[in-house]
Design a protein around this ligand. Sequence first.
Ligand SMILES: Nc1nc2c(c(=O)[nH]1)N[C@H]1C(S)=C(S)[C@@H](COP(=O)(O)O)O[C@H]1N2
Ligand SMILES: [Mo]
Length: 366
Amino acid sequence: MTTRRNAFVGPSARIETEDGLYSEDEVRLANRNSGVLLESLSKDITPTGLHYLLNHFDVPMLDADTHVLRFSGAFSAPFELSMADILALPTVTRAVTLECAGNGRANVSPRSHSMPWMYEAVGTSHWTGTLLKPLIEKADPSGDVVEFSFLGADFGFDQGVGHHFGRSLTRDQLDDVMLVHSMNGQPLLPQHGAPLRLIVPGWYGMASVKWLTEIEALTQPYEGFQQIEVYRFRDAAGEPGRPVTTLRVKSLMVPPGVPDWGTRQRYLDPGRVELVGRAWSGGGVPIAKVEVELDGAWKTARLEPSGETYAWTKWSCVWEATTGFHVLRCRATDAEGHKQPLEPPWDLAGFGNNAAQKVQVVVGPL
Ligand SMILES: Nc1nc2c(c(=O)[nH]1)N[C@H]1C(S)=C(S)[C@@H](COP(=O)(O)O)O[C@H]1N2
Ligand SMILES: [Mo]
């Protein structure tokens, strides 16, 4: 192997902190979850082992042979389903892009105590299962039902409140929601919700409850902690906030060239480079345009729609890279005219940061 010195690549500076240590709580939490590697954005489907992970509590080690999904509450014909029952139902497979609502939080100040994502809490999988709505209809909710809650098997504490991870949807939010047992043609892995999870296409990831054990029909709005406390856009602590729901329009690129280990800054030979990336929006709204900022000018990228309503769209754009320092950015616009902002939209918990990605590139002979 060769080692090379390069005039363009300086030694990485060590970053000094007050006591030389990371915050113990933050490191412990960050090491339990993981983000996608941006180079895998070159693929339509994120390899399963690279899909980001966001687990609030411990991963329940459930047994598919004994697992039961229970319908409860204000249903007139409630029932229980084993995994064998669920596997025997009509099957649907869809490519769906999942993104964590906290993706981008690391670029919003002050930081909130949660995963320090920059760009990497996103991925697209082929999810296989069955549609939820026919099952809800079969269980026959009474006329005064307003919401359905979805409960995970995982239990823990947040701000002193013990709870199972749970979320709810209203009656008119059930279209296209899936009960999922497989990811990319394999049974779900424990960390992705085995043996059964919800996939709520077009929404931020928190709606897609993993380790699903119970669906309850409610005649009052759900007051679970993850619904009314955690996933809210807030300007100040203590206010009720607005619920986090569908994905905001966003795009990312595969950082071109090769990295410096310590800083992840990119290094690239001069010449023609094809930049590629992905763009997506929420609620099934297609991507209308992706622009890439190259040396101060926004160039329109080529789009390759996937044909899947809820999966990201591939884009590509040619760049003639010239010697020097460059900051590349990409920004998407969806078919409803929503366009990514250049600066992070501010939120107390750093939710919904869909600002244009910035990639620093040094171009020079390598
Ligand atoms: N039961 C349960 N479901 C959950 C979570 C959780 O902690 N517990 N995390 C949610 C969040 S915040 C996200 S972003 C997605 C992440 O799914 P993944 O880990 O399969 O990528 O799962 C959601 N479903
Ligand atoms: Mo999330």
